[in-house]
Write a protein that binds this ligand. Structure first.
Ligand code: 2BA
Length: 109
């Protein structure tokens, strides 16, 4: 058994949830925040048998889209106003960031 941790954009999360339900893939959805953009994203925790890992990865890959997002770097108030203006920079986010971990034990009590 493996634990798949998949960080996806909020915009893709509902479609992915629906696909998991349809395919009888059990998942837990967490509301998370990206450390860089500090905006919301969604993290799925999926416990799955080894022989279904590729199927789940394919679903995540198919559903998750890369998008451009603008972020405004923090303004340093110690510098003169000339240098302090913060311009938005474009960042490409996603599709999905996925970790696959071995599970040592799985219990449901
Ligand atoms: P964020 O940390 O908000 O990052 C959003 C996007 O900003 C990233 O997209 C990447 O394109 C860019 N970015 C992140 N850190 C950067 C930096 N130090 N300098 C320049 N650009 C940077 P993705 O790579 O697609 O990541 C999307 C989200 O997945 C991340 O949101 C974070 O929540 C998660 N993530 C990505 N890599 C991770 C990792 N190694 N460990 C844990 N979470 C990760």
């Amino acid at each position: 058994m493996k634990l798949i941790i998949a960080i996806v954009q909020d915009k893709d999360s509902n479609r992915l949830s629906s696909q998991f339900i349809e395919a009888n893939v059990r998942a837990t959805k967490l509301s998370t925040t990206g450390g860089f953009l500090r905006s919301g994203n969604t993290t799925f925790m999926i416990g799955i048998d080894d022989d279904r890992v590729d199927e789940v990865l394919a679903m995540i890959k198919e559903t998750s889209h890369a998008r451009e997002q603008f972020m405004t770097p923090p303004v340093n108030l110690d510098v003169t106003m000339d240098g302090a203006a913060a311009y938005p920079v474009e960042v490409q986010v996603g599709g999905a960031t996925v970790f696959v971990l071995p599970i040592e034990q799985f219990h449901q009590f």
